[in-house]
Ligand binder design. Structure first.
Ligand code: ASP
Ligand code: MG
Length: 413
């Protein structure tokens, strides 16, 4: 008998009819001889409605009370789903995070799961019940209700699957899986059948739309096979699994982009020991997260320092940087919000050279200037002008023939 965790997102439980459809779907899998744990989100739009209501009570809502409120959306769907299952003669029980004892730390509205007690769930599974667990919530050691951050139900599902040693965790959503790139940008984007945890983490901006990226970290750590699929069809979606040998024969698995960063350059900084620390310490003290950093040497004892920060922090970062620039005697500071980071991801890069070269050739052919480059073992990212994002993504997707299933050949002509 297999143990399966199935999670359904807000659009899959958006109304009573859809909740009944979820109940049918879960019961059908149980009838095939499986033990079933179901994790649900709140009905689509509910959590946003609560955030809005809270804002009408308190300008900065109290985090503890916020969590009591936010957790209520999932309480509704799990109870309704258990009722729907019982109505058609199967047995089910709904459980909230604190009933299961999904223990978290005390960071309200963005808590981390520390421990999950499996006793109660196993007891109900032994009784033949379908166990319906509220996603997105937990409880602290002091019995305060917490939530895991927006989109957190995926993490509940994967963490439960890990704790229960489930055979698989299925995430049902409103798209068919993870694609080689954003299908809205390139119509020939193809659904990926199998992808490794590491690639999925690198494809964060593609994945984030279908799978909360924090859940992938959990899946990787506990080696939980995750199946991302549509709740409206029976087609296979995308399996996110431990790396397999065949994956390396695909040079590239996806092209992704990110428009959430901004660039800052400090020009003509005196090139002396300790300069990087002088520049970046105040930025990290301001709790601004720096992503890419490039330092290039100029003739003489001067250097330029360019880096990226979250776009939402651009103004704050500029203020900090302008102050530092004066202190260290840099010539000037400039920056831009209108940048995009385009990334090509694939575990095949580990064993094949020439992928970066192909990327640079493709962008050059399209007349797109690269302002920063960074690489990891399985990723090459280029910062470009934001207005060329779509063009770059399409050209790279075509160059690596990602619309086709077969192994990519690189040509250097
Ligand atoms: N209901 C929560 C949210 O909207 C959690 C989730 O759906 O995963 O963020
Ligand atoms: Mg979600």
């Amino acid at each position: 008998m297999a143990l399966i965790v199935q999670k359904f997102g807000g659009t899959s439980v958006a109304n009573p009819e859809k909740i009944k459809a979820v109940a049918d779907r879960v019961m059908a899998v149980q009838r095939q001889g499986n033990r079933m744990v179901v994790v649900l989100s709140a009905m689509a739009g509910e959590t946003n409605r609560f955030v809005d209501l809270a804002g009408q009570m308190q300008k900065l809502p109290d985090p503890r009370e916020m969590d009591v409120l936010l957790a209520s959306g999932e309480q509704v769907t799990v109870a309704l789903c258990a009722m729907a299952i019982k109505e058609v003669g199967s047995d089910a029980v709904s459980l909230l995070g604190d009933q299961v004892k999904i223990r978290t730390d005390t960071s309200h509205t963005r808590a981390r799961i520390e421990n999950i007690d499996t006793e109660l769930i196993n007891k109900y599974l032994d009784e033949g019940k379908i166990v319906v667990v509220a996603g997105f919530q937990g409880v602290t050691g002091r019995n305060d209700i917490t939530t895991l951050g927006r989109g957190g139900s995926d993490t509940t599902a994967v963490a439960l699957a890990a704790a229960l040693k489930a055979d698989k965790c299925e995430i049902f959503t409103d798209v068919e899986g993870v694609y080689t790139t954003d299908p809205n940008i390139h119509p020939s984007a193809r659904k990926i059948d199998r992808i490794s945890y590491d690639e999925m983490l690198e494809l964060a901006s593609l994945g984030a739309k279908v799978l909360d990226i924090r859940s992938v970290g959990f899946a990787k750590r506990y080696n939980v096979p995750v199946h991302v699929r549509s709740s409206f069809t029976d087609t296979e979606g995308t399996w996110v699994v431990e790396e397999e040998e065949e994956m390396e024969s695909m040079l590239v698995s996806g092209v992704t982009y990110n428009k959430n960063e901004a660039r800052i350059t400090i020009a003509k900084v005196p090139d002396t020991p300790g300069i990087a620390s002088k520049i970046f310490s105040p930025i990290s003290d301001a709790e601004i997260i720096v992503d890419m950093i490039i330092q290039n040497t100029r003739a003489g004892a001067l250097t330029d320092m360019t880096f990226t920060v979250p776009r939402t922090e651009y103004d704050r970062a500029m203020q900090v940087v302008e102050k530092i620039a004066t202190e260290v005697g840099a010539e000037r500071v400039d920056g831009s919000r209108e940048i995009a980071k385009v990334s090509v991801v694939g575990v095949g890069m580990r064993n094949h050279s020439g992928i970066a070269t192909t990327i640079f050739q493709v962008l050059a052919r399209e007349g797109i200037n690269i302002s920063m480059i960074s690489t990891s073992e399985i990723k090459v990212s280029c910062v470009i002008d934001e207005k060329y994002t779509e063009l770059a993504v399409r050209a790279l997707h075509d160059a690596f023939a990602l619309d086709k299933e077969n192994v990519t050949e690189i040509s250097h002509d």
